[in-house]
Design a protein around this ligand. Structure first.
Ligand SMILES: Nc1ncnc2c1ncn2[C@@H]1O[C@H](COP(=O)(O)OP(=O)(O)OP(=O)(O)O)[C@@H](O)[C@H]1O
Ligand SMILES: [Mg+2]
Length: 244
C-alpha cells in the first residue's frame, strides 16, 4: 500500500473505555484512522474528545479495549514510548515553554530524532510552513502571539516526524481569520506532507470541510460516523449533538 490515502488503518481503537477516578469519560470507543486521512472528532464540551486523544497518546490509561498502531497493540504503553512510535499529540492550550527560544522549543520536539541531518531538514520544513517562526527563532517562545504559539506547537509536533498527529482544538482562542489560517495549514500538512491527522475541532462545519471522515461523540460514546461529505449534508443532525 502506498502512502496515499488508502485503505490501511494506521490507528484503530476497539471498545476503548477510560476515565478519571470514578468518572467514566469513554464508554467503549471504536474508531479508525486511515493512512493519509484527516479524521474529525466532534462533540459538545465534555463529550470525551480530549480524553480520546489522551488515551491514544498514553496520558490517560484505557481501562478496557485496545488501541493498535499499524496493527500493533500499543494499549498500556507509556506516553514517551507511544510518541517514539510516531503518535504525536498537540494538546489543548499551547504549552510553549517559557525561557526557551522558538528554535529551542522546536528542537524539543525532535527529542526522538537522533540523526542531526534529519533534525535540520525538519527544522527547515517547519520554517517553510511557518515563516514567522523563522523570523522569531531567537525570541522567547512564550512572547509569540496566541496564533503564533499555535504554529509553534504544531511545528514542534512536526519535528518528531509524526506517523499520526493528534490535534486538540488547534484553533481554540484564535480570531476567526486565524482559525481559517490554522485549519488551512492543517489541510496543507495533510495534502502536501501526507500527514495522517486526528483532529478535534469545535467548529464542526469547518472541520468537516477539511476532513475525509468524521465521528461525533456524545457522553463518551460515538453517536455518528461517516464520510465528512455525508456528515456535512446531515449538518442539522450533527449540530444536534454539538450543543451549540
Ligand atoms: N482531569 C480530569 N479529572 C476528572 N474529570 C475529568 C478530567 N478531564 C476530563 N474530565 C471529565 O471527563 C469528561 C470528558 O472530558 P473531555 O475533556 O474529554 O471532554 P472534551 O470533549 O474534550 O470537552 P471540551 O470540548 O470542553 O474540551 C467530562 O465529563 C470531564 O468533566
Ligand atoms: Mg477538550
Amino acid at each position: 500500500m502506498s502512502s496515499e490515502t488508502g485503505n490501511d488503518v494506521v490507528l484503530k481503537l476497539t471498545g476503548v473505555e477510560a476515565g478519571y477516578g470514578r468518572i467514566r469519560a469513554l464508554n467503549g470507543i471504536d474508531l479508525e484512522v486511515r493512512r493519509g486521512q484527516i479524521v474529525a472528532l466532534l462533540g459538545a464540551n465534555g463529550a470525551g474528545k480530549t480524553t480520546t486523544l489522551k488515551t491514544i497518546s498514553g496520558l490517560v490509561r484505557a481501562s478496557a479495549g485496545t488501541i493498535a498502531l499499524d496493527g500493533n497493540d500499543i494499549t498500556g504503553m507509556k506516553a514517551n514510548e507511544i510518541a517514539r512510535l510516531g503518535v504525536v499529540h498537540v494538546p489543548e492550550g499551547r504549552h510553549i515553554l517559557r525561557g526557551l527560544s522558538v528554535r529551542e522549543n522546536l528542537e524539543l520536539g525532535a527529542f526522538t530524532v537522533r540523526d542531526a541531518a534529519v533534525k535540520r531538514e525538519r527544522m527547515a520544513e517547519a520554517f517553510r510552513l511557518f515563516p514567522i517562526l523563522k523570523a522569531r527563532q531567537h525570541q522567547d517562545g512564550s512572547l509569540l502571539s496566541g496564533g503564533e504559539q499555535q504554529m509553534l506547537a504544531i511545528g514542534r509536533a512536526l519535528m518528531h516526524g509524526p506517523k499520526v498527529l493528534l490535534l486538540d482544538e488547534p484553533s481554540m482562542g484564535l480570531a476567526p481569520k486565524l482559525v481559517l489560517e490554522t485549519l488551512k495549514i492543517v489541510k496543507r500538512l495533510n495534502r502536501d506532507e501526507g500527514t495522517t491527522i486526528l483532529l478535534v475541532e469545535q467548529n464542526a462545519r469547518l472541520a468537516l470541510k477539511l476532513a475525509h471522515y468524521g465521528y461525533v461523540l456524545e457522553g463518551g460514546s460515538i453517536r455518528m460516523k461517516n464520510d465528512a461529505a455525508t456528515l456535512r449534508q446531515d449538518a442539522s443532525i450533527v449540530q444536534a449533538y454539538l450543543g451549540d
